[in-house]
Design a protein. Structure first.
Length: 87
C-alpha cells in the first residue's frame, strides 16, 4: 500500500513541478508500469484471503480471517480517499 501511495505522490509532485493541473498520458503510463504489478499481486492475495476466510467460516466458524480481510480492505479504502487530498 505504501509503495502504491509513494508512486502516486511522485506523479503528483512531477505534475506540480511542471505546473500542470491534470495528468497526461505519460503520468498514467508511469503509474501503470510502476504500481500495477504491486496492485495485481495485492488483488490476487486478497482474493485468496477471501477464499480462505469463507473456508474458515464454513468449516470451523472462525471469523479471524474475515476480520483481517475487512481491516485490510478498509485500509485500502482510506488510502484511496487520502489520494484525493494529496492531489
Amino acid at each position: 500500500m505504501l509503495f502504491v501511495l509513494a508512486v502516486y505522490v511522485g506523479i503528483v509532485r512531477q505534475q506540480k513541478m511542471e505546473e500542470r493541473d491534470f495528468a497526461d498520458f505519460g503520468d498514467g503510463l508511469n503509474f501503470f508500469v510502476a504500481a500495477m504489478p504491486a496492485l495485481a499481486l495485492c488483488f490476487f492475495f486478497n482474493c485468496y484471503w477471501l477464499a480462505k476466510a469463507f473456508q474458515d467460516i464454513r468449516q470451523r466458524r472462525d471469523y479471524r480471517s474475515l476480520i483481517g480481510l475487512v481491516l485490510v480492505t478498509l485500509t485500502w479504502f482510506v488510502l484511496y480517499l487520502a489520494s484525493f487530498h494529496i492531489s
